[in-house]
Design a protein around this ligand. Structure first.
Ligand code: AMP
Ligand code: MG
Length: 432
């Protein structure tokens, strides 16, 4: 663990690194350099690999499909037999069924074979005319001019996957099509990285857990629930460690236990600049932690680093110290933590797709920070995407997030937005 690059080493690689006014893009670059993937690999049953990270390329041992075959029910023929003008008349000399080799003699010129979808193309034949384009005349099939061209409706051997080709590459988050693709190669198991373990807890004396009475001045802890949900969607093993009081001994015990059992630790609260509690002190005491002020809204304060279970050299975990405000927790998770956890899980995350939508309203925005507003994006009668904000956008107003179906991402350099102007929207579908 000691050979991992230090915060100073990584900071020196990120151009213009300033922990007190860090642009989102630089924070993302820092984090991508800071985290390393888990090494352990396990081989598991194909169905169970859904959502896991593939640990090695899956190379096709066979051509898929193995033979040239028909894409339609109809008649297999030789393209060279098609008449340039007028009907083509071919004698039907056999039948090709799916799952069987054609066992007749190779058809001669002027002959064709009745064939089913998926059946192997008889030798010498290269084209299939769908049944519905033809008519029968005794043992002769009549094909009108222009019904097919040479090569139509024939699937080529290896057109899906050629033998020796990587069907799936390492780092892929396995999706339904990948299960099917691996199955088409006859793979019963796949090697995947072990599941990432992520421990999380909330900090703050004002927090109460569900089931406890809500004393004066207190709020129920909601961050552990949104974090639980976001982690569950990522497919990691999430370890909920509850609420930790703002007490040095309790915080230290919690951080050590979390570092001991998990690859990553997520906390919320207590990282604001000038915060008069022990969270930051304890983080700094147990490891190597940078405290950032990010040029973003919401979610300005954040801590990132590595904390140890039992002193230097002992087992370490990556720490994400998120702000306390409920919307800021979700926004910083999606802006930074999600990508970092995917990288730690061994995945090669792709940038999330964005919609370009017209803003229904004017939005005030200062250049020099990235803003994440909550919006509802809908398709208008004009075929374009239109987005409206979900009411008050305070960083504590979780309802703005709950009612949204996407984040309006106002870029670092961007200024105020006029009504009707285009903005980027990161849809929640696919993200959560
Ligand atoms: P902090 O970052 O600790 O200063 O917290 C900022 C705001 O977020 C305060 O109003 C806290 O009460 C609130 N907050 C912190 N943690 C939580 C939590 N787990 N659930 C709900 N609100 C929280
Ligand atoms: Mg606090």
């Amino acid at each position: 663990m000691n050979e991992l690059p230090s915060i100073e080493q990584i900071a020196s690689c990120v151009s213009g690194y300033d922990p007190n006014a860090l642009p989102v893009a630089q924070a993302q670059e820092f984090i991508a350099r800071f985290v390393t993937p888990v090494a352990a690999v396990e081989s598991i049953a194909l169905r169970a690999t859904l959502g896991r990270v593939l640990a090695a390329d899956v190379v096709s041992p066979i051509d898929v499909p193995a033979h040239d075959n028909s894409a339609m029910d109809g008649f297999a023929l030789r393209g060279a037999d098609l008449a340039a003008e007028g009907d083509t008349r071919l004698r039907v000399v056999g039948t090709g069924l799916a799952g069987q080799q054609f066992d007749g003699a190779a058809p001669a010129r002027g002959e064709c074979v009745r064939i089913m979808t998926g059946a192997v193309m008889p030798p010498g034949l290269d084209t299939v005319v769908p049944q519905e384009f033809t008519r029968s005349d005794g043992d002769v099939v009549v094909i009108p001019a222009g019904a097919v061209r040479t090569g139509d409706n024939r699937r080529l051997a290896g057109e899906d996957l050629a033998r020796g080709e990587a069907a799936l590459t390492a780092g892929r988050l396995i999706r339904p099509a990948d299960l099917g693709l691996a199955a088409s190669l006859g793979r019963a198991e796949l090697p995947v990285r072990r599941r990432l373990r992520v421990a999380f807890f909330s900090t703050g004396d004002e927090l109460r857990s569900i089931g406890e009475p809500l004393d004066a001045g207190c709020v129920y802890d909601s961050n552990r629930y949104t974090i639980h949900g976001m982690l569950a969607r990522l497919g990691v093993d999430a370890i909920d460690m509850g609420v930790v009081r703002d007490d040095p001994a309790a915080l230290e015990a919690a951080f050590r236990a979390a570092a001991d059992c998990a690859d990553a630790v997520i906390t919320s609260g207590g990282v604001s600049v000038g915060e008069a509690d022990y969270t930051k002190q304890t983080m700094a005491k147990l490891g190597e932690v940078a405290f950032w002020r990010i040029a973003m809204r919401p979610g300005r304060p954040m801590a990132i680093g590595r904390i140890h279970a039992a002193g230097p050299g002992s087992k370490a975990a990556v720490l994400f110290g998120l702000p306390g405000n409920p919307v800021a927790v979700m926004v910083t998770f999606y802006a930074f933590v999600r990508d970092a956890l995917l990288r730690m899980a061994g995945a090669a995350p792709e940038p999330l797709p964005m919609l370009s939508a017209r803003s229904a309203e004017a939005i005030r925005k200062k250049p020099g920070r990235t803003e994440y507003q909550r919006g509802r994006v809908v398709r208008g009668a004009d075929g374009d995407w239109h987005v409206s904000l979900t009411g008050a956008q305070g960083s504590g107003i979780l309802r703005s997030m709950s009612q949204a179906n996407g984040l309006v991402v106002l870029r670092h350099e961007q200024g105020s937005v006029a009504a009707g102007e285009r903005v980027d929207v990161m849809p929640f579908d696919g993200l959560v």
